[in-house]
Design a protein around this ligand. Structure first.
Ligand SMILES: [Zn+2]
Length: 395
């Protein structure tokens, strides 16, 4: 045994002594991410460490991993966080989308209702081909997202068509989406949501509602939501916000959270995010459970840009770095079963990791209404590790 190396290893915080490699042995780790600030809200960890990865899993997190590795990522001065999970995107529309998100640090995706029963096979085909885990929510409107409104014609909210599609694709369909705004469902919003629940209940699946600018009052819609359901676009301005004019969160909103309904950002580009509402909601102490981009190709050049940029908006609005990372990792892992073992850096978990840069400076952010704000910090994508392997950097 190499004595010096043995002493070096035990002098660290390591619980296990490193076994020196025999001649000709393969490296102990496939990859080591070296010297980064490891921030993992699932374990309340925020400390400079090395992360050792073997066989696609997190194998060790220690102060100085002295073992050999086939590949090294230098993360000094950077953040090392669990791979980001984006629970509201439209990546199912194009094959190029998911790899772009992966380079941003996103190692898990949900396509939230791009298609309904009629063309669900198209998004499922894309979801099956993505490098990272991806599942889809089926739009209760059988023709998917329509410019004239998914369920303006109530006949499109077809329970039996949705059930049949779910039955054929149990592995890939993670829930049902109901888009309820005035220009999507009109006066049908309540009945559309009732039907979405009817389709979902047969399979014990969650429903995600797209709230904001609905015809029905929000409390009436929330009454139909069960534990595990998700409300996206939680910072939508009136009519029918989650907060009233006096800065008070509606009691029905608080009650919904108490019974297990989850509240999600859904950044998007139109009508969902306004700074004054977000500020008032956060000031009232009602923090989001999850962040999501509502990703579309158009969003890459305006407003959304990438998931780390979306997260940075909430640093600007006063959330802590730890809270912001939690919304994009561990909290999202609790929302859909496909992510249950993810969103954490605990030893034995799948080695899905985002290396991010937190830069200081002056950064412009814009809400969905053209209002500009500047923040002093912004997160930038660095390296991504998926299933223990480093992903090619974005070009
Ligand atoms: Zn959407």
């Amino acid at each position: 045994m190499n004595r010096r190396r043995f002493i070096g290893a035990t002098a660290g915080a390591a619980a296990f002594a490193h076994v020196p490699m025999a001649l000709g042995a393969v490296a102990k780790y496939d990859l080591i991410i070296k010297g980064g600030r490891v921030l993992d809200p699932s374990r309340k960890m925020d400390v400079v460490r090395d992360v050792g990865i073997a066989r696609g899993q997190i194998a060790a997190i220690e102060a100085n991993l002295a073992a050999d590795a086939a590949d090294i990522v230098d993360a000094r001065g950077k953040l090392v966080v669990p791979g980001l999970l984006d629970i509201h995107t439209h990546v199912g529309r194009a094959k190029e989308a998911a790899p772009l998100c992966l380079a941003d640090g996103v190692t898990g995706l949900i396509d939230a209702g791009s298609q309904g029963a009629d063309r669900i096979a198209e998004v499922i085909e894309v979801a099956k081909s993505t490098p990272q885990p991806c599942r889809v929510l089926i739009n209760i409107g059988r023709a998917g997202i329509l410019p004239e409104g998914d369920t303006m014609d109530l006949n499109r909210a077809d329970v039996s068509a949705a059930r049949e599609a779910i039955g054929r694709n149990r592995e890939m369909i993670a829930g049902v989406k109901a888009r309820l705004s005035r220009d999507v469902a009109g006066a049908n919003d309540f009945e559309v949501l009732r039907r979405a629940q009817e389709a979902a209940s047969a399979f014990n699946l969650p429903v995600m509602i797209h709230m904001g600018q609905t015809m029905s009052p929000l409390p009436k819609l929330l009454a139909l939501l069960k534990s595990g359901d998700v409300v996206t676009h939680m910072f939508a301005p009136p009519p029918n916000s989650i907060i009233d004019d006096n800065g008070r969160i509606l009691p029905e909103v608080t009650a919904a959270r108490r019974r297990g309904v989850r509240f999600d950002l859904g950044n998007g580009r139109t009508g969902h995010l306004r700074w004054d509402i977000a500020e008032a909601v956060l000031k009232a102490g009602f923090l989001p459970d999850t962040f999501s981009t509502d990703w579309t190709p158009e969003g890459r050049t305006a407003q959304v840009i990438d998931f780390p940029n979306v997260m940075s908006k909430f640093l600007m609005l006063g959330m802590t770095l730890d809270q912001v990372i939690a919304c994009a990792t561990v909290n999202a892992s609790r929302t859909f079963p496909v992510f249950r073992t993810r969103g954490t850096l605990k030893v034995g978990a799948p080695a899905d990791i985002a290396v991010l840069e937190l830069r200081e400076g002056s950064f412009e952010f814009v809400d969905n209404f053209g209002n500009q704000r500047s923040g002093r910090q912004r997160l930038f994508p660095g390296a991504t590790v998926l299933a223990g392997k480093r992903v090619a950097a974005r070009v």
